[in-house]
Design a protein around this ligand. Structure first.
Ligand SMILES: C[S@@+](CC[C@H](N)C(=O)[O-])C[C@H]1O[C@@H](n2cnc3c(N)ncnc32)[C@H](O)[C@@H]1O
Length: 316
């Protein structure tokens, strides 16, 4: 079997003609995110709130799956213009007032996405933008990791040029066996996305790490049918690696927990006395508190990084 750089195999496995993300069931058929179900209703509230703060009335959900978050926003904030962007045709289930753009996938964005005056959200996009995977060999040299169709890895050439410069700046290691997920392709994709806006704000939300806590063994992994599985580039599973959010150069990176608290969303349980006077309201408030607890759990979704950049009208 032939080996090639992980980055190329990864792209083919997710976005090639038979790629994982082109499958009919969509990402929600394999894993749950904060955009789904009751979590998505609260996430929608936060996104709408940030759109209000940025004084825009349009939300572009880039890498929106099948538009799950947009459906929540459509219900709760019918005043907002909504646009979904993903690699498949417009899903039939999407409310007709929601616009849709088809995208090439990975780091590439559709040409129609430009001149935006919007809150642009990229929720769990950058972790599926393929990046160079590298490993330090026994002599301390950082080499690109190659992979074959069965997921067997081998070390290739020494990492050089821009990827090398990125690793030297953002993820420096010479300990044999250490892995480095070179974030340059994500940085460039993020910059491209920023360049599409003239006003509003752009936000990337993802599993993240910074120089203070890089994972020495890397994070490349796969999800299939709801379970964590081996990283094999076979088009049958999601392939994902956490994002180095400090190298993006956004205005601010904040954890989901801190952001939600800043916006006044806390998991405080409702006053028990209201259980007898307003039982339905009490049960609803309890449900909301447990949803917010899940979204702000510091060991779970609350640890997600929100990388945010505001756009001054007239400039990217
Ligand atoms: C992990 S899923 C996240 C889906 C959704 N945002 C959520 O949080 O549930 C990643 C999604 O990104 C989409 N995607 C990847 N690259 C893209 C691109 N360049 N443009 C639009 N969508 C893209 C994939 O097709 C997939 O639906």
């Amino acid at each position: 079997m032939s080996s090639r750089p992980w980055r190329d195999a990864w792209w083919e496995a997710l976005y090639g003609p038979d790629g994982f993300y082109r499958r009919a069931e969509g990402p929600a058929g394999h894993f749950t995110t904060s955009a789904h179900g009751g979590l998505g209703a609260v996430l929608g509230e936060v996104v709408a709130n940030l759109a209000d703060q940025a004084s825009v009335c349009r939300v572009v959900d880039l890498a929106c799956g099948r538009g799950e978050l947009l459906a929540h926003l459509h219900d709760s904030r019918p005043d907002l213009d909504l646009v979904g962007v993903d690699v498949v045709e417009r899903p039939h289930s999407l409310p007709t007032s929601v616009d849709w753009l088809r995208s090439p996938g990975g780091a590439a964005l559709p040409d129609e996405l430009h001149d935006l005056d919007a809150l642009v959200l990229a929720h769990e996009w950058l972790d599926v933008v393929p990046c160079t995977i590298a490993e330090v060999d026994a002599d301390g040299i950082l080499r690109e990791v190659l992979v074959d169709e069965a997921g067997t890895e081998a070390l290739g050439e020494a990492v050089h040029d821009d990827d090398r410069a990125w690793a030297d700046t953002w993820w420096l290691t010479s300990a044999p066996g250490d892995r480095v997920e070179i974030g340059l392709s994500r940085d460039l994709a993020w910059r491209d996305l920023l360049s599409r806006s003239r006003a509003g704000a752009t936000i990337a939300v993802d599993y993240g790490h910074t120089k203070a806590n890089r994972p020495a063994q890397g994070t490349l992994t796969a999800y299939q049918g709801g379970t964590l599985t081996d990283a094999i580039p076979d088009g049958q599973r999601d392939l994902t690696a956490h994002v180095a959010t400090d190298s993006l150069g956004s205005d601010e990176v904040v954890t989901q927990r801190d952001l939600f608290h800043r916006l006044g969303l806390t998991a405080a349980t409702p006053d028990h006395a209201t259980a007898s006077t307003d039982p339905l309201g009490y049960v609803r408030a309890l449900g909301r508190a447990s949803t917010i607890a899940a979204l702000t759990d510091p060991h779970g979704l609350g640890g997600f990084h929100w990388a945010m950049t505001r756009h001054t009208r007239g400039h990217a």
